[in-house]
Design a protein around this ligand. Structure first.
Ligand code: ADP
Ligand code: MG
Length: 291
């Protein structure tokens, strides 16, 4: 491509919410062998929503939701936002004296009324969050997080979790003071164009791969829905770049499509890194039509 064509393409990309770094990225993009897709926020809408909340102890559901939302309040992860939204709406109808009274309060005021104080908060990439609430340790995240902390998950809960996962949902486990309490099921629908984009790049002879920090069952269910056979799941944020480097070993050219949230190392490791906005996967449309 001439420099002018590259400039125009970069401009077109930017207007579609696509960041193209350097003109040579466009040249390399013409010979791509693999396109690696991040799952959350890239193939999926990144608009996660809680679909199930289930307590496996004596704890009341309202208290469980308060606990989880309080632990997630400082997290910026899309899953945390989904949990806070769900808890907020639950309490909105459960606890407020009247809708009239509620209308006078902002969301933040309502939240601050019932969120518990969480101290020593830490976000654990690829696993979840931990903090102290009422001087007790709270864990919210995946199996690995609970296992690392020596918290067993009862068989009944594990079966419930597997059922969520085979249906493409992400299960979030909650432990309080060293014991498992309950779990949440979170759905994040595919972007409307995701499947047709995957089909399109297959037609070009390019091999699509999905890489995600999410668990194997959820990853495979989502991959099946979108038409990707090659899946790499339970990959920590730093491991995504390793996946790319291993594919490059035989000289293959690898493109990475991510939302840029925790996949920047992978975007940088790829021959072509495409950071897309949450709205659509438009760079691939550009590639199939005008390049
Ligand atoms: P992806 O690769 O799909 O973008 P991440 O690497 O961000 O996913 O997260 C991987 C997994 O870690 C999630 O599926 C979830 O189980 C867990 N996790 C990460 N952050 C959080 C959080 N704030 N709350 C609960 N679970 C989390
Ligand atoms: Mg992501």
């Amino acid at each position: 491509a001439t420099p002018t064509a590259v400039m125009v393409a970069t401009g077109v990309g930017a207007s579609h919410g696509v960041l193209i770094k350097g003109g040579d990225a466009l040249e390399r993009a013409q010979n791509v062998h693999y396109v690696i897709f991040d799952k959350t926020g890239t193939l999926t809408q990144g608009k996660a929503a809680v679909t199930t909340a289930k307590v496996f102890t004596e704890m009341e559901l309202a208290d469980f939701l308060t606990l989880v939302a309080s632990a997630e309040a400082s997290s910026e992860h899309p899953l945390a936002r989904a949990i806070l939204d769900y808890a907020y709406h639950y309490h909105f109808f459960d606890k407020l004296p009247s809708v009239e009274g509620a209308a006078k309060q902002s969301r933040e005021e309502i939240l601050s009324e019932w969120l518990l104080e969480a101290i020593e908060f830490s976000a654990l990439p690829g696993r979840g969050v931990q903090c102290l609430i009422n001087e007790k340790k709270v864990l919210v995240g995946n199996r690995a997080l609970l296992a690392e902390n020596g918290v067993p998950v009862p068989t009944e809960a594990e079966n419930f979790l597997i059922d969520l996962e085979v249906n493409g949902k992400t299960g979030i486990l909650v432990a309080y003071d060293g014991s498992f309490v309950g779990l949440l099921g979170i759905a994040d629908p595919l972007k409307r164009e995701a499947a047709v984009v995957v089909e399109g790049i297959k037609k070009l002879g390019v091999h699509p791969v999905m890489v995600t920090g999410d668990n194997w069952r959820t990853a495979q269910a989502v991959a099946k829905e979108v038409g990707i056979e090659d899946v790499r799941a339970e990959v920590m944020p730093a491991g995504k770049a390793d996946v790319i480097r291993s594919l490059q070993k035989d000289g293959s050219i690898v493109a990475m499509v991510g939302d840029g949230i925790n996949d920047s190392p992978a975007l940088a490791a790829a021959d072509v890194g495409m950071a897309i906005g949450l709205e659509r996967i438009s760079l691939l449309k550009l590639r199939t039509t005008s390049w």
